[in-house]
Design a protein around this ligand. Structure first.
Ligand code: ZN
Length: 105
């Protein structure tokens, strides 16, 4: 087996592990209604796998509050505000009130 093939397999496994950890964090947040220590632990491991294997996964950062690190789950601990004339969407963190903006136009 070539090195390249091994590397690819390894990064695919790392990616699957990272996605699984994000899932576990989500389940934890759903269960407790808060991004508690255990959820944060899952997120931190997922983040370190992400950076170690240089995995391109923008959705991980998108779902975390920049200010307090909560996992943002609209309907549970976050609100979504849509500004149709400006073409942006804001996710408001239910814990610290920080807003995350993204343009959809
Ligand atoms: Zn926050």
């Amino acid at each position: 087996m070539s090195m390249i093939k091994n590397d690819k397999l390894l990064s695919e496994m790392a990616r699957a592990r990272m996605i699984r950890l994000v899932e576990l964090a989500k389940i934890r947040v759903e269960k407790t209604g808060d991004t508690d220590l255990i959820a944060r632990r899952y997120i931190n491991i997922a983040k370190s796998i992400k950076s170690h294997y240089e995995i391109k996964e923008p959705s991980l950062n998108r779902m975390l509050c920049k200010k307090c690190g909560s996992m943002l789950m609209p309907g549970l601990n976050a609100r979504v505000r849509v500004s149709s004339h400006n073409g942006y969407m804001a996710i408001v963190c239910g814990k610290c009130g920080a807003e995350k903006h993204s343009f959809y136009k």
